[in-house]
Design a protein around this ligand. Structure first.
Ligand SMILES: Nc1ncnc2c1ncn2[C@@H]1O[C@H](COP(=O)(O)OP(=O)(O)OP(=O)(O)O)[C@@H](O)[C@H]1O
Ligand SMILES: [Mg+2]
Length: 260
């Protein structure tokens, strides 16, 4: 979650699925962004059509074995918009959000995920999204917060952290800093993308939640996520791959402590 749009929630979800899988954690991905779904594409299963079996839908398995479920797989074309048609305009706003909640509930509960240790849920932007999810899943283990180092993003993210802790009553596994640095694919030198990049770590500290590390902006990573390939496998040892593994390790550590 983030609260802020475009900070890299879906990217971090895909990276974590890759990282946790490398660590031997059986990980699944649910795309909770019903209107702007992109996880099927980022995980490389966009062309997969879910098939029903024993009353459930079988999640699509990606190239490195991660089961994925996304509204995207039910839409015929990449550009097909998802339209929730209300019978009248009166009350259509409330009606739409109820239909969205039911659709999400179905994607969650009617999917055959196989045996999983962790299910990552990619939320759409909006501070209230976590609260809605927590209503559906009262035993949600925790939230992973994504932020860039821009002051605008951090202000919105800060508000979402407070909402998660005080309104939704969801524990926070930590904050992932995304795209605050850029690593040149030629010489591997690091460039700052924003002024004051220590601030995301400070933001986590201020709220008393773990700082999970920073994933740099990397054009090759973005390219890999366009086709759902494992960046870590192909670019093992690259600073961006190491950064993703570090974040995955910290998430894994946090999760292990929750189950004690
Ligand atoms: N670390 C990164 N390196 C390269 N590109 C990135 C990185 N993080 C995000 N991007 C790119 O930035 C764009 C936005 O990322 P993404 O879709 O993950 O954000 P989001 O927070 O999920 O957005 P939304 O709020 O719309 O769901 C994408 O095109 C993605 O490829
Ligand atoms: Mg997204």
């Amino acid at each position: 979650m983030s609260g802020k749009g475009g900070v890299g929630k879906s990217t971090v979800t895909a990276c974590l699925a890759d990282g946790l899988t490398r660590l031997g954690v059986r990980t699944g991905v649910l795309d909770a962004d019903l209107n702007g779904p992109c996880m099927a594409r980022m995980m490389g299963v966009r062309d997969h059509k879910p098939s029903p079996k024993n009353g459930a839908m079988i999640a699509a398995r990606n190239a490195y074995g991660v089961p994925v479920m996304s509204m995207d797989m039910f839409l015929p074309e990449d550009e097909t918009p998802l339209v929730w048609e209300a019978s009248s305009q009166q009350g259509a706003y409330t009606w739409r959000s109820m239909v969205e909640m039911s659709a999400l509930r179905e994607l969650l509960s009617d999917t055959d995920w196989g045996d999983l240790d962790v299910l990552l849920i990619d939320l759409p932007p909006g501070a209230e999204r976590l609260q809605n999810l927590a209503d559906l899943l009262p035993d949600l283990t925790g939230a992973i917060v994504v932020s860039t180092a821009s002051q605008t993003a951090m202000t919105v993210v800060s508000r979402s952290i407070l909402m998660a802790l005080n309104v939704a009553n969801v524990r926070i596994a930590g904050v992932v800093e995304n795209m605050s640095t850029m690593i040149c694919s030629e010489c591997r030198c690091k460039e700052q993308m924003f002024i004051g990049t220590e601030a995301v770590e400070e933001l986590a500290e201020r709220h008393g939640v773990p700082y999970l590390g920073a994933i740099p902006f990397n054009v090759t990573l973005a390219d890999f996520l366009e086709t759902g390939r494992s960046y870590i496998e192909v670019h093992a040892g690259h600073p961006a791959a190491n950064a993703i593994l570090d974040v995955a390790q910290r998430v894994h550590f946090w999760l292990k402590n929750q189950s004690k």
